[in-house]
Every structure is written in C-alpha cells, then in structure tokens.
Design a protein around this ligand. Structure first.
Ligand code: FAD
Ligand code: DHB
Length: 391
C-alpha cells in the first residue's frame, strides 16, 4: 500500500489531521489498532478550548458540536467551604470553552472520514516505523491477521502515549522530560443532571474533587485517589459520600446522586518528548506529550499540533519549501510547555500530596485567595484555561 501521509492512530489527533489534509488535497491513510466501537466509547476529555471549537468548525466537523455542545463562560473554584467564580469572557475579552466529549468529536470525525471515502483501517496495528530518515518512510502493520507495509512520503505518529512511533527515534536524538504524581483520578459517569451549571474544581484537606458534565442529563465527576488505586476498590456509595464531603459549602449547595454507569482510574503524569520530528517522521498529540488532566489541556494540545502540521505539509506541497516543516517541533513545543506549566500549576494548586505539610496547605490557600482577589491572577488562569494561541 502507498500514500502521501501515513497516520498511525485514530484518536482526535490522527482523525483531525486526516480531515485537514483531505481539505488541503493531500491524501493519507489512517491505521488504528483498536476497533471502531472502542475508539468511539473510550471516556476521556470533555472540555474544548475556543481555538479547538473554531478549528473543528472550519474543518466542517462542527455541526453537531454547535447543536449539542454546552458553552461555558466560567468555572468555579471551591476552597474553605466557599466558592469563587472565574468569569472567562470578562477576563479574556470574550473567550469561553465548550463542553463536548472527546467521544463525540471522534464519532463526528470518523463519520466524515468514512463519508469522504478516505482510508481508515480499524484493527490495523502498526508494528514499527522504518526508514524515518529516508525519502520513503514505511509503516509495518498487521491488519486482519496479515502483515503489510504502508509506504509514505511522511509518517505521523498520532498513536498516543503507548504507541510505537516514538520508538523509531534513535536514543541519541530523543530527550524526555517527565514527572509522575503520587495520586490519580477516579472518574465516574452518572445518569443525573449536573448539580451545578459550570465545572467546579474543589481543593479540600481530603483531596481534590471535580464536578463536570457530558450533557444536561449526564454528570462526570472525579476524585483524587492514591496512585495505584483500583476502580473496583470504591463502591458507588463511597464515591458519592467522598464527593459530597469534598464539594460541600457553607451556603446549602447540594450534590445530587444518580446511577453510576462507568467508573475508571486515570494515572497522572507530565511528559514531553523532544524533538517532535526525526527526518520524515513526526509525532503529534499524546504520542509526544502528556499533561495531568487538571487543566483540561491534552485534547486541545493534540489539536494544536495537527493544525500546525497540516499547515506545514500544505505549505510544502504548495511552495516546495520545507520551512514550516522544519519549524514544526519548535513551534509546537512553545505552546506545549505553556500547557505543561499551567497543568502543573493547577494540579499542585488543588491536590493534596501524601507528604503535604501544614505549610503546603497554607500556600495552596494563599494561591487560591490570590486568584479570587486579584484581577491579574484571575486573568492569568482564565487566559490559560480558555487556551493559548495556536502556533
Ligand atoms: P489518543 O486519544 O490516545 O489516540 C491514540 C490512538 O492511537 C488510539 O486510538 C490508539 O488505539 C491508537 N494506537 C496506539 N498504538 C497504536 C498502534 N501501534 N497502531 C495503531 N494504532 C495505535 N484533554 C483535554 O483537552 N480536556 C480534558 O478535559 C481532558 N480530560 C481528560 C480526562 C481523562 C480521564 C483522560 C484520561 C484524559 C483527558 N484528556 C483531556 C486528555 C486527552 O484525552 C488526550 O490528550 C487525547 O486523547 C489525545 O489524543 P491523541 O489522538 O493524541 O491520542
Ligand atoms: C473534564 C476533564 C478534565 O481533565 C477537566 O479538567 C475538566 C473536565 C471532563 O472529563 O469533563
């Protein structure tokens, strides 16, 4: 098999890249290791930055998002049994975010890809990328039990944190910067109307809690738990009891409970692989970087990467100049490190480390007070949360 751009992975990064390339008249083949159902049902991100919404709309993938997505003009910070609202449009000159699940973004992009007739192979697992520094890089893959090779002009690894593309970077070229955290998120999906109309990020002596949503009838909630916790170790009732404790306020606010339909644990890490290009092999999205989920940045970073890459590939095709491809890694990394910084700040602002001292707790409260009382500090959070400019 032969194509111009071989894309490994049909998560948000791979699917959107294929869509953007199609719009630019560049052909691609997408190889996805799992089946369609798995990709469409995997519960993950829920928050789209303004820039992500604009990109999906411009790519012709925004119709259902515009109908069903929920525009949010702020978040609530909860600490000391009090609430503080961060008003995004007021602090950023009109920016907001949209609640629209990653599962729905993927469903919309898969439907468009199949409609436009572009190759998207499910259950096609990439085994290795070969010849990254040659003119004809290849992806060895296995589809329906048969081994095959995809020959390309370019290969893009959109294959997530555990993918194979990153392994094709020689040890002397790769540089990894990482940090793991001694806690994780236990997430539930519940058939109950959200108890608040905006997201609530809560700092509590017992640990972090987050109230989010998927629709006016479905709540998504997260609890900080120790790293290594098994989801099955928590009964539904224990999860609701703990959420109630950590989200409690002095003004009579109540958490509504409902049937839990899904429960899982997400580990937390910060990770950046530099550079994001080796010869004709590029990395995009979680394949190159991970942020802890507290700032809701992962999916949005993946979108930024593929927008930058699609623009660079189209530029090369149009003008013959590789200048934007040469700048790809540095351009993306500037935005990625800003998101790494913000995600780290949000995480350490709101979680309780197992070895936290009274001093650490007082500092967290002082940082939160500062955000609540200074327009400059509130603006800093609002600008980062609603999103840094794309490349
Ligand atoms: P992925 O979505 O991981 O997709 C990679 C794809 O590659 C997968 O489909 C995988 O099956 C496939 N693949 C892997 N290996 C191979 C192979 N060898 N061959 C073929 N295919 C392969 N981000 C936000 O922006 N906002 C949020 O609110 C948010 N909340 C989150 C909450 C949770 C609980 C979690 C876990 C994550 C959250 N994120 C959030 C992060 C976000 O989900 C990820 O950053 C995003 O999925 C990255 O997209 P991707 O396409 O790069 O990678
Ligand atoms: C969701 C996930 C996040 O990481 C976050 O910061 C906010 C919301 C969610 O899944 O809804």
């Amino acid at each position: 098999m032969r194509t111009t751009v071989g894309i490994i992975g049909a998560g948000p990064a791979g699917l959107l890249l294929a869509r953007l390339l199609h719009r630019a008249g560049i052909e691609s083949v997408v190889l996805e290791g799992r089946d369609r159902d798995y990709v469409e049902q995997r519960q993950r991100a829920g928050i789209l930055e303004q820039g992500t919404v604009d990109v999906l709309r411009a790519a012709g993938a925004g119709d259902r998002m515009d109908r069903e997505g929920l525009r949010h003009d702020g978040i609530e910070l909860r600490f000391d049994r009090r609430r503080h609202r961060v008003d995004f449009p007021a602090l950023t000159g009109g920016r907001s975010v949209t609640v629209y699940a990653q599962t729905e973004v993927c469903k919309d992009l898969i439907a468009l890809r199949l409609e436009e007739g572009g190759p998207l192979l499910f259950e096609a697992e990439a085994l290795a990328v070969e010849g990254a520094q040659s003119d004809r890089p290849r992806v060895a893959f296995r589809h329906q039990g048969r081994e095959d090779v995809l020959e390309c002009d370019y290969v893009v690894g959109c294959d997530g944190f555990r993918g194979v593309a990153r392994r094709a970077f020689p040890a002397g070229v790769s540089r990894v910067f990482e940090r793991s955290y001694p806690y994780a998120w236990l997430g539930i999906l519940a058939d109950v109307a959200p108890s608040h109309d905006e997201l609530v990020y809560a700092r509590h002596e017992r640990g972090f809690a987050l109230l989010s949503m998927r629709s006016p009838a479905v709540s998504r909630l997260y609890l900080q738990v120790p790293a290594g916790t098994e989801a099955g170790a928590w009964s539904d009732e224990a999860v609701w009891d703990e959420l109630e404790r950590r989200l409690e306020t002095d003004d009579g606010w109540r958490l509504e409970r409902g049937p839990v339909t899904q429960k899982s644990v997400t580990p937390m890490r910060s990770f950046v692989h530099e550079p994001m290009r080796h010869g004709r092999l590029f990395l995009a999205g979680d394949a190159a970087h991970i942020v802890p989920p507290t700032g809701a940045k992962g999916l949005n970073l993946a979108v930024g990467d593929v927008v930058t890459l699609a623009r660079a590939l189209a530029h090369e095709r149009r003008t013959g100049s590789p200048e934007l491809l040469d700048a790809y890694s540095a351009t993306c990394l500037r935005r990625i490190w800003q998101a790494e910084r913000f995600s780290y700040d949000m995480t350490t602002l709101l979680h309780r480390a197992p070895d936290a001292t009274g001093f650490d707790a007082r500092l967290q409260l002082a940082r939160l007070e500062r955000i609540a009382s200074s327009r400059a500090a509130g603006t800093d959070l609002a600008e980062a949360y609603t999103g840094f400019p794309l490349g």
